[in-house]
Design a protein around this ligand. Sequence first.
Ligand code: FES
Length: 315
Amino acid sequence: MSTQVRVKSIIEECEGVKTFVLEAPRGVDTAFAAGAHLDVALGAELSRSYSLVPVPGETGCYAFSVRLAPDSRGGSRHLHEAVRQGDTLWVSETRNNFALAEEAPYSYFFAGGIGITPFLSMLERLVVLDRPWELHYASRDRTSAPFLERLQRLAKASGNKVVLYFDDQGGRERWSVARIVADAAPQAHFYCCGPEGMLADFRERTAGCTERAHYEYFAADTEAATESGGELELARSGKVVKVAPGQTILEALQGAGLDVPFSCREGTCGTCEVGLLEGEADHRDMLLSEEEQAENQSLMVCCSGFKSPRLVLDL
Ligand code: FES
């Protein structure tokens, strides 16, 4: 992690969701591209990636919003229960795996619950660019939907559209990515961030226009590829590292003393991406497209394994 920041304020957005506003040291450029995220260190072995959210009136700050997950493995629980105003945290540089296609003639956004967070910066950016959009926003109910009023104000002021789908008002029955994609403006782009089922449906419904369909996972829907094990050659040093069955490539690299950056450990953040110079990986990440995985030019070492017995890494 590269920058130490101070928790300037903690905002209760709605039931179970807090926004952490982090004051960066003087001179640090906190501007970020729409859709970007940063990694936050939450302990020696724990870090998490969070989408950056713009906070009106704040400059020189990063901010991210977190829902307290009932099954939290430490990330959201630690932030909600242990982090206080005035505390210091270490954060990474900002990264963007969920970039906005700014030139799109029309953009459709599908958000589920806290999956709304990357869209805040994207929608505001499109307003600045005067590009039309519509947001389809699903949540359990009105009280658990973060940023609802802000988004409605933004849509109203810019002539765009927010359609709400609350479970307690028949939202699940009305939700239809298929219908919206079928009726979409030509060359429109589609974005989705939300729970696994929503993402799976989105990927299926947009299969015919994958270059215009963008999605971001919270959590992986597959296990790391650790079945076979294999051999790594590190091209820069010539060192050879064995990966035992049951071990991830990241674990083997760490065991060999390499300091490889990582965050989510499940193929969703992109922090551990490493160039692949030779060999075929068993890709299990949620970031690379099928084409990129087939090209085998890089891999996420936290979750990918071996299809060929030896991989040459750009390390
Ligand atoms: S650590 Fe997040 S993709 Fe590997």
